[in-house]
Design a binder for this molecule. Structure first.
Ligand SMILES: NC(=O)c1ccc[n+]([C@@H]2O[C@H](COP(=O)([O-])OP(=O)(O)OC[C@H]3O[C@@H](n4cnc5c(N)ncnc54)[C@H](O)[C@@H]3O)[C@@H](O)[C@H]2O)c1
Ligand SMILES: [Zn+2]
Length: 344
């Protein structure tokens, strides 16, 4: 088991990474006032981890957790059972549950303690750290949110054994992105492997801990995403546009993989990065998604890009790759970005 601390404005919190250690930690928690929170699929697949006879609340699976309705129901439940502002909320689930439960915890009595136990690769390697909570409003993602880190993050890698390949790939893309941003050793894991099937728990241990090191660095520099933390959006200008323009048929991870390849392609066309680097990035994306889907029409992509919050005065502050571990932001005319999407 390994652990490290993250310093945030609100609190210092511990992140622990281990295997099959949650049940015993939960038994200890259950001697004090606490509420377990999860989703139906986790409850069904991993019923044994939750201690019996404890307050328990279920959010819906996936994005449906991030609606005002379940958050309100949860707040009402806390009030009904007489939870105090010192009761501890223990959330076990993917990034969507973490976002929703963290959001609710930040509201109840102006903030109750919460512990987050992420169960997907993305949530373990990325979203559990940084303190962002959010829900979607009127079908727009993350419109309402707070910065409210948990008091502890408990990462049990054994959850990954039951995760679908689609979810594993989504997590791998964001970990690869962290390698591209700041960790050559992590990047090389992706460059050197011929396939990403049958990863071992020891591989995940390496991937999750290295990925969190990168995320921790960004959060330490810029907790409120006022400058350098925006680099974490590498590949997301086109990636988010592909995901939305495909009406979410193309999963987030696969869409971001295209976005990363495009960032490298554009950077090479602008003379910022070597062709060799751009080609290697393309090769990694092909290994991650050997059968990638047809992309939405360019026109639809450009329409979505224009709506990007990084767009102003007909320009986009685009994240470019100079070399592995070196990212620069460039204000680029939307016409240039569109032209290069057509050539891509
Ligand atoms: N807070 C942040 O900093 C941050 C950053 C990036 C993304 N996000 C958010 O994270 C969310 C995506 O998170 P995600 O990728 O973890 O998806 P998710 O939480 O939607 O989970 C995906 C699916 O996997 C299931 N699942 C979870 N753990 C499982 C397990 N161990 N075994 C089997 N099935 C399991 C879930 O029930 C769900 O159906 C999005 O809402 C996104 O906006 C947050
Ligand atoms: Zn992403």
């Amino acid at each position: 088991m390994t652990s490290f601390y993250v310093n945030s404005r609100q609190r210092k919190y511990k992140v622990t990474i281990g295997i099959s250690f949650l049940s015993s930690v939960f038994r200890k928690f259950s001697t004090q006032p606490c509420i377990f929170v999860s989703t139906p699929s986790i409850q069904k697949i991993h019923p044994q981890i939750f201690p019996p006879n404890m307050p328990f609340f279920l959010f819906p699976d996936g994005e449906l957790a991030k609606e005002w309705g379940p958050v309100e129901k949860f707040l009402a439940y806390l009030s009904d059972i007489g939870a105090s502002r010192k009761s501890i909320c223990i959330a076990v689930g993917g990034g969507a549950l973490g976002d929703a439960c963290g959001f609710a915890a930040s509201l109840y009595h102006r903030g109750m303690p919460w512990v987050y136990c992420p169960t997907t690769l993305l949530s373990q390697a990325d979203t559990c750290l940084g303190g962002k909570t959010a829900i979607n409003i009127a079908h727009t993602k993350n419109v309402a949110g707070t910065f409210y880190p948990p008091m502890q993050v408990l990462i049990d890698l054994s959850f990954l054994k039951t995760l679908s390949q689609r979810e594993i790939r989504s997590g791998l893309v964001e970990i690869w992105k962290h390698g591209l941003l700041k960790d050559k050793k992590l990047y090389l894991f992706f460059a050197k492997r011929s396939s990403f099937k049958n990863l071992k728990i020891s591989d995940y241990e390496f991937l999750v801990s290295r990925s969190l090191r990168v995320k921790k660095w960004y959060v330490k520099q810029d907790e409120r995403e006022e400058n350098v933390r925006v680099h974490l959006n590498l590949g997301h200008t086109l990636g988010d546009a592909i995901e939305a323009a495909s009406h979410y048929e193309i999963p987030h991870g696969e869409a971001v993989a295209h976005g990363l390849v495009y960032s490298a392609f554009l950077s090479h066309k602008l003379g910022l990065c070597q062709k060799k680097t751009a080609l290697e990035i393309q090769k990694i994306a092909k290994k991650l998604f050997p059968q990638s889907r047809q992309l939405p029409p360019v026109k639809a992509l450009i329409k979505k890009i224009k709506m990007d919050k990084k767009a102003s005065d007909g320009k986009i502050h685009f994240l470019c790759i100079k070399e592995i571990g070196l990212i620069v932001q460039k204000p680029l005319p939307i016409e240039l970005i569109s032209h290069l999407i057509r050539a891509f």
